[in-house]
Design a binder for this molecule. Structure first.
Ligand code: PLP
Length: 378
């Protein structure tokens, strides 16, 4: 199997799998129980919390809350902020290239009467910190900007934008969906100037169904789930000890190698770029400044879904745009100024530390075969 869809999800690492098994078979206590089995489970949860805090350079692990996924983390920020801060102020600033977990939450707020300002890439496909900052005013209670775009790998100027915003409007809450950047490009809480950060387990070799939310001390986000008061009353519901433990173990293992893996991803991207330059009808949409893990490639004259299934038959897995777009023409690619003719012939190739140059050779060979066979049929 040749798996090039690591931006959609990753294969859990052995450490994470083992931790999940232990959490299901051995440490199955409820972290809220007062006897030893419960305390053991609680210790596992707290150890995982510390790993995640360390990985993003946060000294207080109590600023990390476990959620079921990054979608829940971002929904909690959007709706929780609106509830607490949206009574006196009415405006939110975000970008026009956010993941649906953020974009669709803002569309909901828009229906409720909030003003949502979306900042789009300029003619060259870039978004500047100044563009985001200039939309913020005294009436803005939340700014949300993703770190790495999930369709193109484009890295947004979050730190610069948030720094300017916090300096002029210290009360404005800053949120970053850092899902595609976590343990891939190095970032630290303090340098990002983010009050809230959404993270996901399954993009970094942990299981699906577990996410985290960093909330800076003092920031008041209304809870989304109410009940037994777990997670210090912020996110009720019995903690999923196995998944949290798996998340913690994956973070522990991979946080040691962020730089090394980034170098590997860069060398893969360079290789992919050279291969693409040698082929007719292939265009790399992700430039050198993008995260090397995510590469948007247009394959002229073949619909991405057709190519996806052609490759699938050869056990090669890529994504059409992003997994969430499910074959629809991507408004995000359009926003990044990918030419109209390429919008439905664009695939996403996303790497992991296990991807090799030989894998890329196989992928490119098969794309060329697809061009020969499928274009001849037309
Ligand atoms: N944000 C980004 C940038 C993503 O790429 C994804 C998943 O594709 C999410 C959020 C949602 O993550 P989760 O599946 O944990 O809800």
């Amino acid at each position: 199997m040749y798996y090039f869809d690591n931006a959609a999800t990753t294969k859990p690492c052995e450490q994470a799998v083992q931790a999940v098994v232990n959490g299901l078979t051995k440490d199955f206590g409820n972290p809220s129980s007062l006897y030893k089995l419960g305390l053991d489970a609680e210790n596992i949860v707290e150890a995982a919390r510390k790993e995640i805090a360390n990985a993003i350079g946060c000294d207080n692990s109590q600023s990390i809350y476990f959620t079921s996924c990054a979608t829940e983390s971002s929904n909690t920020v959007v709706f929780g902020c609106a509830k607490n801060y949206g009574r006196r102020k009415n405006k939110v600033v975000t970008t026009g290239v956010e993941h649906p977990s953020v974009e669709n939450s803002f569309s909901e707020l828009e229906k409720q009467g909030f003003e949502i300002v979306r900042v789009f890439p300029d003619d060259s496909g870039n978004i500047s910190a100044e563009q985001i900052f200039s939309e913020v005013d005294e009436n803005t209670f939340l700014v949300s900007c993703m770190l790495v775009n999930n369709e193109t790998g484009y890295i947004l100027p979050v730190a610069d934008a948030f720094k300017k915003i916090k300096k002029k409007y210290p009360e404005c809450i800053t949120h970053c969906d850092a899902v595609q950047g976590f343990l891939k490009i190095d970032f630290k809480v303090k340098q990002l100037y983010a009050d809230c950060i959404s993270l996901s387990g399954h993009k970094i070799y942990a299981p699906k169904g577990i996410g985290a939310l960093y909330i800076k001390k003092g920031v008041r986000i209304a809870p989304y789930l109410i009940g037994g008061g777990q997670e210090k009353g912020f996110r009720s519901g019995t903690e999923s000890v196995p998944l949290i433990s798996g998340f913690g173990e994956a973070v522990k293992f991979f946080s040691l190698t962020t730089q090394k893996r980034l170098e590997h991803a860069k060398s893969l991207k360079d290789y992919l770029k050279t291969k693409i330059a040698e082929c007719k009808g292939l265009e790399l949409n992700s430039d050198d400044d993008c995260s090397p893990y995510i590469n948007s490639v247009s394959v002229n004259r073949i619909k991405s879904e057709v190519l996806l299934h052609y490759l699938e038959k050869r056990e090669i897995y890529v994504s059409s745009g992003s997994a969430c777009a499910k074959g629809k023409k991507s408004s995000v690619l359009k926003a990044f100024k990918i030419p109209e003719r390429n919008l439905d012939s664009t695939i996403r190739i996303s790497f992991s530390h296990e991807t090799t140059k030989e894998d890329i050779d196989v992928l490119i060979e098969n794309i060329i075969k697809a061009q020969d066979e499928l274009c001849k049929l037309k």
